[in-house]
Design a protein around this ligand. Structure first.
Ligand SMILES: [Zn+2]
Ligand SMILES: [Zn+2]
Length: 165
């Protein structure tokens, strides 16, 4: 099931205390070479209150994601967690288009931000990663191949190197 990120505003308006909100569900993301699989479950916990037109909430997110090294394409799995505390004045315009009279307050954009902040858009497994051989596709961190010399001879420009210019 898709992650439920919508809080009924009536629950907040009628409550004197903070509301605790927990949810687990699917929340697929693609960001650079990072992704959360469409079948992966993430979960979050939020404590949220509406007071004097101000919506204040904490969000604590737990998530697993995969990332591909931008050079050697090796996939690694990560477990991560992160949190954020946000206050919005609902009587003023805000970047999230959340208004006092909305039927629901949707935490989805905040959860996306929290997760994406943890991801490296151009992730590389290590600085020294040698990547893949552009001829045979072998992972040069693990194996080596002799395509460099071979392909120099086969390339259409190789005859030039044999000319005495
Ligand atoms: Zn790599
Ligand atoms: Zn090769």
């Amino acid at each position: 099931m898709k992650l439920n990120t919508k809080i009924k505003s009536i629950d907040l308006i009628s409550s004197k205390d903070k509301i605790h909100f927990d949810s687990e569900g699917k929340f697929p993301i693609n960001y650079g070479n990072n992704f959360i699989d469409e079948n992966e479950l993430i979960n979050f916990h939020s404590e949220i209150e509406l007071f004097d037109g101000r919506l204040s909430f904490s969000i604590y997110v737990n998530f697993k994601y995969q990332r591909n090294c931008g050079r050697c394409l090796t996939i690694s799995n990560n477990d991560d967690e992160s949190s954020s505390f946000i206050t919005l004045n609902l009587n003023e315009e805000n970047d999230y288009d959340i208004n006092y009279d909305d039927e629901y307050y949707d935490l989805e954009p905040f959860i996306s931000e929290i997760i994406i902040e943890k991801m490296e858009i151009n992730y590389v497994c290590e600085k020294k990663c040698k990547g893949l051989c552009s001829f045979c596709g072998i992972n040069l961190n693990k194996l080596s191949c002799s395509h460099k010399e071979k392909n120099l001879k086969e390339s259409p420009f190789s005859s030039l190197s044999q000319l005495d210019l």
